[in-house]
Design a protein. Sequence first.
Length: 472
Amino acid sequence: MAEKIAEVVVVGAGPGGYVAAIRAAQLGKRVLVVERDQIGGICLNVGCIPSKALIAAGSLKERIERAGKLGLKIAGKVEVDVATLVGWKGSIVKQLTGGVSSLFKRHGIETIAGDAKLAGPGRLEVKGKDGTTVVQYGDAILATGSRPIEIPGFKFDEKDVWSSTGALAPSRVPKRLLVIGGGYIGLELGIFYSKVGSAVTVVEMLPTILPGTESDCALVVSKSLAKRGIAVRTNAKALGYEKKGGALVVTVEKDGQKEVFEVDQILSTVGRRPNSENLGLETVGIKPDAKGFIAVDAQRRTSAAHVYAIGDVAGQPMLAHKASREGLVAAAAIAGDKSAAFDPVGIPAVIFTDPEVASVGLTEPQAVEKGYTPVIGRFPFAASGRAMTRDETEGFVKVVADKKTDVVLGVHMVGPDVSELIAEAGLALEMGATVEDLASTIHAHPTLPEVVMEAAEAVHGMAVHIFQPKRA
Ligand SMILES: Cc1cc2nc3c(=O)[nH]c(=O)nc-3n(C[C@H](O)[C@H](O)[C@H](O)COP(=O)(O)OP(=O)(O)OC[C@H]3O[C@@H](n4cnc5c(N)ncnc54)[C@H](O)[C@@H]3O)c2cc1C
């Protein structure tokens, strides 16, 4: 049995683990990373990055098809060469994961390929191809991430029934695609497939798509799905499927009635579950909650001494940038920074649908629940010169502020490039900015961020480029 000693051992090399490892090394620690699959985790290999590559290609195709309105005539159809598209996506993944591996090397971070399990305080066992390695560690950071939830009747075989992973490596564009689950992953991928030629149906068990998303923003996406011809069945439960001829016949129950859909491909995206099983947690006295999440404090310490948890395994929201920030905090805490703490006030959430949705901070109902008297400012992209020049005028920016103090409590947006615009709102929340701060920041013209500024002005009834009747 091989033995190793590490000041810090990190289990999992996703955006939580690899960021934590690099920061711990920057702070002078001797770091060992254990990864059972691929460096980069879900995010770089089969999550954020590959999905955004496909989505970017689908959006470019659609823009080219719409360019006639701008006087740009395209001869012929835009054809999709699936193998080239998937290859291009793969090349981006390779560059990024190769970059992480090279940073590991340059920081002197050692990696072991294998499945890690805690084996009592200060001890970790790694089962790899060549046997077991025992690691004696000073501090451990668990960054084991999550995996897709499988529902009865729809076992992932990545042939007939795709998980998101299968949908990111297609061999063809299915003619008819049924997406089970109207959350962000299902809709992002469903819209991509619609753009490249699939007839898409989305089945969602809850009464609305994008559960948990600011309701006005979700409504804009709902309308856009309808305009694209994507059929959405809400309050509908997918029960199972059978193969008939070359087709997949899916049975769905909606309002007590059975409905049947004949499709060529099923994509099941009903949520993700934390990877906290078989980790030896019991050997250090950690008990995950009923959903499998590991509880942590502000420094991402678990209930066990010298064991930290970050990323998807440490609770919602399951987002890459939340995992990375937690990684930085845990590494700093291990290196002795007593002020290091994770502040959840400004975690942006972006949905790369078309139009995109981005949110940070409290919605209006959440602000009321927390005892604030919220005031709202809203400005539409339809009144933005920049949005018009891009021929993308759908959506709005909404600022939620505290009436008493003028402090920005939340910003919610749906429309063009809001995935980029949300950064300014995140900074506003992080700094405890007021509406006046946002409104009096001089924004370059003509740009989309002017819409954020005008939404802030609208909180005070002073937006210049829309008419706001005087308030009593
Ligand atoms: C299709 C898709 C699109 C997404 N898009 C976005 C997006 O646009 N933006 C965003 O913020 N988030 C997105 N996410 C979510 C994002 O990928 C996750 O929140 C993020 O990857 C979590 O990071 P993590 O470090 O906690 O874990 P992961 O990235 O899941 O990495 C965990 C790693 O730990 C390894 N591991 C697990 N157990 C062990 C063990 N016992 N021993 C050794 N290694 C182990 C795994 O192999 C894995 O590599 C998306 C997810 C999917 C599936």
